[in-house]
Design a protein around this ligand. Structure first.
Ligand SMILES: O=C(CO)[C@@H](O)[C@H](O)[C@H](O)[C@H](O)COP(=O)(O)O
Ligand SMILES: O=C[C@H](O)COP(=O)(O)O
Length: 940
């Protein structure tokens, strides 16, 4: 039997004298708990020096914390506390199990600088206790004379204490008295004493390391002293420990202790520390095998623990040879060795042994802190031509009104004077600092990813709409799969062809499905969840839930569903972060982490941008404010089509930016229209309503786009360029743009955090689905024309398609835009056909063109379509669903749902008197689009 397990019935608890982030997240610590019955962890400054200073595990977190303006000491504490919290969480089930009372603890030591400072120790002990915020943490306090009153006080405050640096029996007794004193104080104050645990850490190997050479010297010198000294070599530490145990038994017995015990108090167990052997002449398990006894703890370094697993000899030996113990301790003074004096020496040296590595750690952290602060954000250049003066004036006005400070203070008056709207703004500003929160969640994310990969998953499918899936799309398309990551796909359409494609091509039993929905009520992700759960259930039966994860808000109804279906995990996001502002929350980062991206660095760069934008104190320039002011002012001057140009490697950033811009600004008849993915043309195909924004890589030539932008700039169009070092800079871009678009809201005097018109299409769809339930099909639309296998709706009748299209597009005037809405199965061929159509429309109408697959865009640009200015011409395209897909447990199919979404949105567009044409393309969507192209060209 594994000796680590065999030791359990002997009532000794094995703790691990080591901590490091890596073992917390790679499952190693959990494995020790599960397989080896490990029952606790101790840490100390030297251990943290090795963990933090000796690895790069923490570098991203250090960077992010440094950029937040934290001091070196604060950085150390946050890292150490995060690790201790994570370890506490792993031990929590053990701690909570009544049968395991006294175990499941993780120790965190107060600063070694406080070794002789009673008040400082108390204050820091209480601060750590609060900060770790776990009942199974132990605060480590040194057993110096100044430490003793601190121990008593902390115990009286209900803090679990691990008393460290005990080197003598006499000091041990004083420690036990301080503990009992603390319990009594607590009782006197009327507080309970049950479940207040403490251990007294008696240091072993260091005693022998100090005394053995002195004894050996005596032995070498020969004579009478040599005879006495000889049998003492290598015996003093173990003898001291055994004696301390005898004292323990006396102290925690008798009337005084029984009275406390009757109130529920537990004795302060002796813990053997410094148990790694330092003398090659001794057995490496000397301080483990020899000290096994009931109701004690041994905290063991990892190497010793591994050795014990291999060749440990579990047997109670703590009370063996007690006569010899007495002889050893009695003999010491006779050879001139004063144990108390030596213990004092060890205590001073012990403080040094913690102070030195602590100092070293602080130095290395400080270097990393300073280096982080020297890094800068990606530059943005703005060529605004005739608009520069107006933008400068607005910027001056904002600066004079201390906009940056008001922004970080979430002063809602920056956006509106309406009290109700102000409250709604304040309710949705959680995104401002959410990257900081996510930095602290990194160990949790890493642990989760490790678990998923360790359990053999081969693929991830994220299922969600709009803000719950846009950032994952950007991550997936802008980065190659990370070395340790899994391939990832995103499903954000009800189109049966696309759903079927995933059902056919994914390794269903080995796929992790993420249902991502902030509200937990959005029809699409719920339908996807049901559909794939059904499929996995057919393979794995009741274990299907293992393949599912939810990301949703606290309070969402979906939590109960996920739990009842046995979902692997439910990530609770943040109510105060709106969907389109959630890229840097669990919605964006869980998929990113599973895909193997360096999420820590993405967050660090986001924090760097927050810093540049004034999150941590005044700044001379504010990239978010500057970009937002420029875009806002340009919009008020008619340049309200934000035309995004990117190299192909960054093209999907447009999807995210579309939602952020359109949903945030497109309301009350105002707004900026995001134009993404439009082929860049020569100056003569553009009206005077554009601002071009280029986001590309410093190292990528992208000569064609850059030359075209130069020409546009020369022609008087405002051009803004942002140059990224690499894709990890998306972390900063998410924040830059979130701030910029919020600033646009302030320029336009609108609430950028609501989406008043999104619900309309959803409600219209719901109504139509009721009709389907009652009548078995959707209501018939009035047909304007049926020609060439295509059916046209929503416009006046015409003789043929060319005439109908000419009449429809003939309505376009300067400043309008054409929106193509494709409720179709995405394919490269269709994408190419739409690029061609957009190019023709631009050239002929001189209007902006946008394109979106439905129903994705309903959760993104859909807000602007209904809430923004009435300048859009909407070409809605649908096709036959062949084959269609039934939805488990429902009377309708994915295809009917998609049709209802299209029809519902058409109704909403018509309600707002938008110019809208619906074309049903029949059985072959690509041919249908080509037919429209031909009919459109026929009128040229
Ligand atoms: O927490 C404790 C004791 O409670 C331990 O981490 C304790 O600090 C260590 O066992 C010792 O510092 C290790 O000592 P050594 O092996 O360096 O002599
Ligand atoms: O952008 C938000 C979409 O409408 C999806 O909303 P949800 O995350 O609540 O499902």
């Amino acid at each position: 039997m594994n000796p680590l397990v065999a030791i359990r019935p002997l009532d000794q608890s094995i703790w691990l004298d080591f901590i490091r982030r890596k073992i917390l997240i790679n499952g190693e610590l959990q494995k020790l708990i599960t397989d080896d019955q490990l029952r606790g962890v101790t840490s100390n400054p030297a251990i943290f020096e090795k963990a933090i200073g000796g690895s790069d595990d923490y570098d991203n977190a250090i960077k992010a914390l440094a950029l937040q303006g934290k001091s070196t000491n604060d950085i150390y504490e946050e890292l150490a506390i995060a690790d201790v919290q994570a370890a506490c969480d792993l031990f929590r089930p053990l701690y909570d199990d009544a049968a395991n009372a006294g175990d499941g603890y993780v120790s965190l030591e107060v600063s070694p600088k406080l070794v002789n400072d009673t008040e400082g120790t108390i204050a820091e002990g209480l601060r750590f206790w609060k900060a770790v915020d776990r009942p199974n943490v132990m605060i480590k306090v040194p057993a110096t004379l100044e430490g003793l009153p601190a121990i008593r006080k902390l115990i009286s405050e209900g803090v679990n204490v691990n008393v460290t640096l005990i080197f003598s029996v006499e000091r041990y007794k004083a420690v036990a008295e301080a503990f009992i004193g603390g319990l009594k104080d607590r009782l006197k104050a009327g507080h309970p004493v049950a479940r207040i645990d403490s251990v007294a850490s008696f240091f072993l190997s260091r005693i022998d390391v100090l005394i053995d050479p002195q004894l050996e010297k005596m032995v070498a010198a020969g004579g009478d002293q040599a005879e006495i000294a000889k049998p003492l070599v290598g015996e003093v530490a173990v003898a001291s420990a055994k004696q301390a145990y005898q004292d323990y038994k006396k102290i925690f017995a008798g009337a005084r202790w029984d009275a406390l015990k009757a109130k529920g108090a537990e004795s302060q167990r002796l813990l053997w520390a410094s148990t790694g052997n330092k003398n090659p002449k001794y057995d490496d398990l000397k301080y483990v095998d020899g000290l096994i006894g009931p109701h004690t703890v041994n905290t063991i370094p990892l190497e010793t623990l591994n050795l014990f697993r291999e060749k440990g000899q579990p047997a109670v030996r703590l009370e063996d040879n007690l006569d010899q113990v007495a002889d050893v301790l009695k003999a010491l003074p006779t050879v001139g060795l004063d144990l108390e004096g030596l213990a004092h020496e060890l205590e001073v040296d012990g403080a040094k042994k913690f102070n030195e590595p602590f100092g070293k750690l602080m130095d290395s952290l400080d270097k990393k802190r300073v280096a982080a602060l020297a890094e800068t954000t990606a530059p943005a250049t703005m060529q605004l031509g005739q608009y520069q003066a107006a933008v400068d004036a607005k910027l001056q006005e904002f600066n004079a009104a201390q906009f940056t400070q008001g922004f970080w203070d979430t002063d809602a008056a920056l956006w509106t004077d309406d009290a109700e709207a102000q409250q709604s703004i304040r309710d949705f500003t959680g995104w401002l600092r959410v990257a900081e929160t996510m930095v602290t969640a990194l160990p949790k994310l890493d642990t989760f990813v490790n678990d998923v990969i360790g359990n053999g998953f081969k693929h991830v499918l994220v299922m969600g709409m709009g803000g719950s899936s846009m950032a994952p799309i950007v991550f997936q398309k802008s980065f190659p799969q990370g070395e340790k990551g899994l391939p990832i796909s995103i499903l954000d359409t009800t189109d049966p062809g696309t759903v079927q494609h995933f059902a056919d091509t994914l390794p269903l039993a080995d796929t992790l499905f993420i249902v991502a929905s902030k509200s937990g009520t959005t029809a699409e992700p719920l339908a996807f969840g049901d559909f794939f759960y059904d499929k996995v259930k057919a393979i794995k039966g009741d274990k299907a839930g293992e393949n599912f994860v939810a990301i949703t808000d606290p309070g969402s109804k979906f939590i109960a569903t996920a739990n009842s279906l046995g979902y692997r995990h439910v990530f609770l996001n943040f109510e105060s972060v709106g969907g389109r502002f959630s890229a840097l929350t669990y919605f964006g980062l869980v998929p990113a982490a599973l895909y193997g991206l360096n999420v820590g660095e993405i967050l660090a760069r986001a924090v760097r941008m927050m810093r540049a934008c004034g999150a941590y104190g005044p700044v001379d320039q504010n990239p978010g404010l500057e970009l937002g002011t420029a875009l806002g002012v340009l919009a008020t001057q008619g340049r309200d089509k934000l035309t995004l140009v990117t190299p192909p490697s960054l093209s999907d950033l447009g999807l995210w930016l579309e939602q952020l811009t359109a949903e945030s600004t497109g309301k009350h008849g105002k707004g900026i229209l995001p134009v993404a993915g439009e082929p860049v043309g020569a100056p003569d195909v553009y009206g005077q309503d554009r601002v071009f924004v280029y986001v590309g890589y410093e190292s990528e030539e992208d000569a064609d786009n850059k030359a075209k932008l130069k020409a546009l700039e020369a022609a008087g169009h405002p051009v803004i360029s942002i140059s990224l070092i690499d894709a990890l800079d998306l972390g900063q871009e998410f924040f830059r743009w979130e701030m910029a678009i919020s600033v646009v809201g302030a320029v336009l005097r609108i609430n950028p955090f609501d989406q008043p018109n999104v619900q309309e299409s959803k409600s219209a769809t719901d109504r139509l689905m009721k009709v389907v339930a009652d009548e078995g099909h959707l209501p018939e639309q009035e047909k304007a024309l049926s020609a060439g296998g295509l059916d046209y709706y929503g416009v006046p009748q015409a003789a043929d398609a060319a005439q109908l299209l000419a009449a429809f597009f003939g309505q376009a005037k300067e400043g309008d835009f054409v929106s193509i809405q494709a409720y179709l199965t995405e394919s490269p061929e269709l994408n190419a056909a739409f690029d061609k159509l957009r190019t023709s429309l631009m050239a002929r109408l001189l209007t902006a063109t946008t394109f979106g697959y439905g129903p994705r865009f309903l959760h993104s640009t859909g807000q602007y379509h209904k809430g923004g200015p009435n300048t859009g011409l909407f070409l809605q395209l649908t096709a036959d669903h062949n084959p269609d897909l039934p939805l488990p447990g429902r009377s309708y199919t994915f295809g009917t749902l998609e049709n209802a979404q299209a029809q519902g949105d058409l109704e909403a567009l018509q309600k707002y008197e938008r110019r809208a044409l619906h074309v049903h393309l029949g059985a072959d969507a690509l041919q249908g689009v080509q037919a429209i192209q031909t009919a459109f060209d026929a009128q040229a």
